[in-house]
Design a protein around this ligand. Structure first.
Ligand code: ATP
Ligand code: MG
Length: 408
């Protein structure tokens, strides 16, 4: 893509009120724009990153046998009354139409998927079953101040699994946990992300959060120095020893919850009487697991982990483009290289704008594409083009014909 055609422009200064690194860089770089606290427009550069994240998650969900579908955001009040959450859930957005009819804006989808599955799951032969979606959620977040990390409207991947036997749920839960680890590894935050033991609330013994260590985190986790598993602050007081290995020394860190997996048991199947016939033909109440990842929060977390004072340093797997091609006055040569990249299907952002070299370099650092290729009088005199990774201090000049091989 030609940068001259990109409708967004970079900004020198962060907008007032944006304190977190993710909000500052994503706004200044033209990835996202704040409409109001906790509500963001995802701009073309940001959407490219979001789609990469979405595809990584999709591949890992498909690999554990889950089917993709999409549920509505507008829900009937009755379903939320059935589960008792219409009045109990503090962050539920409720809307009323002109006839006085009330609806919920979905903060999560158990109230939709459980009655849906009643129509399709009949027998033990249909199980185990798992389905997932990428969908916009709405939550009345009162402390929406961490940029894109805590939205009132945000994109989530939610997966739900259905089982008759608890050991079958346990098995699927472990599969989902392994898939989540792969997702965070592939998104470039694996090294900083800890599987965190958390209390299961009222319906199950425990749940797991995936917590990414960064100063911008709202949560506090205790990482076991022996086994590197973590426990959430809320259960720490009752569990002075690591529930996994018995270790007693913990490192305390601030972290962001990028994912959460939960055994819901029959909490949502019971209100909808979701039963199937077991092997003997007897109706059995199903049990459920639910597994969430906030994509917009994950995008912001990647920025929190991967940036320096000049801007973002995208991991290659989720970068909006693979290469940032910058032409400094040498339009013709750069045009040729650009066409070459396109012909080889290499995602390239081509800075063909008529602005100073300093401005181009500053924007490249801010936008954070992993590799920069500069075509200038100087580089051509030196025998080719200058190639530099975003996190390297200096680049090197290589012959023009070698760049495709280097980047592929
Ligand atoms: P938190 O404790 O941060 O409020 P939660 O426990 O309410 O999170 P879940 O209901 O488990 O979150 O939602 C699943 C995932 O969705 C979370 O792990 C997180 O990645 C994401 N998520 C939750 N709330 C938000 C939000 N307001 N904005 C962006 N992502 C969110
Ligand atoms: Mg919450």
């Amino acid at each position: 893509m030609r940068q001259s055609q990109l409708f967004t422009k970079t900004q020198k200064n962060a907008p007032a009120g944006e304190v977190s690194a993710n909000a500052q860089f994503l706004t200044r770089g033209g990835f996202a724009d704040k409409l109001m606290a906790g509500v963001y427009t995802i701009l073309p550069l940001g959407l490219r990153v979001m789609k990469k994240i979405e595809n990584i998650i999709r591949e890992e969900m498909d690999a554990i046998g889950a089917q993709e579908f999409e549920m509505p955001a507008l829900h009937p009040k009755e379903n939320w009354e059935k589960t008792g959450r219409w009045n109990k859930m503090d962050d539920l957005y409720k809307v009323k139409d002109s006839s006085g009819r009330e609806f919920a804006l979905g903060p999560t989808h158990e109230e939709v998927i459980a009655p849906l599955m009643k129509k399709f799951l009949n027998s033990y032969k249909d199980l185990p079953f798992a389905a997932y979606q990428f969908q916009t959620k709405f939550r009345m977040e009162l402390r929406a101040k961490s940029g894109i990390l805590r939205g009132r409207e945000f994109l989530m991947k939610d997966l739900y699994s259905f089982h008759i036997e608890e050991n079958d749920l346990d098995e699927y839960y472990e599969k989902a946990k392994a898939a989540y680890k792969k997702v965070f590894d592939r998104c470039g935050i694996g090294r900083k992300t800890y599987v965190t033991f958390a209390s299961g609330g009222s319906f199950s013994k425990y749940s797991h959060e995936f917590q990414t260590v960064t100063a911008a985190g709202e949560d506090t986790i205790y990482i076991c120095e022996k086994c590197q598993n973590a426990v959430n602050k809320e259960i720490k007081s009752e569990t002075p020893v690591c529930p996994i290995c018995g270790g007693k020394k913990f490192k305390v860190e601030k972290a962001i919850e990028v994912g959460n997996i939960f055994k819901l048991m029959d909490r949502f199947t019971k209100p909808f009487d979701l039963k199937v016939a077991d092997k003997k033909g007897k109706p059995q109440m199903l049990i459920m697991g639910c597994y969430g990842i906030g994509l917009s929060r994950l995008l912001g977390t990647i920025v929190e982990v991967h940036h320096d004072e000049k801007g973002i340093i995208w991991p290659e797997s989720v970068a909006p483009f693979k290469v940032h091609l910058i032409s400094l006055g040498k339009g013709k040569e750069a045009e040729g290289i650009y066409k070459n990249f396109l012909a080889k299907n290499i995602e390239v952002l081509f800075d063909d704008r008529d602005v100073s070299a300093g401005e181009k370099f500053a924007d490249a650092d801010l936008i954070g594409i992993p590799r920069r290729v500069v075509v200038s009088e100087k580089s051509l005199a030196g025998g080719g083009v200058e190639v530099k990774k975003r996190d390297e201090k200096t680049g090197k000049v290589i012959p023009e014909k070698e760049i495709i091989g280097l980047i592929h």
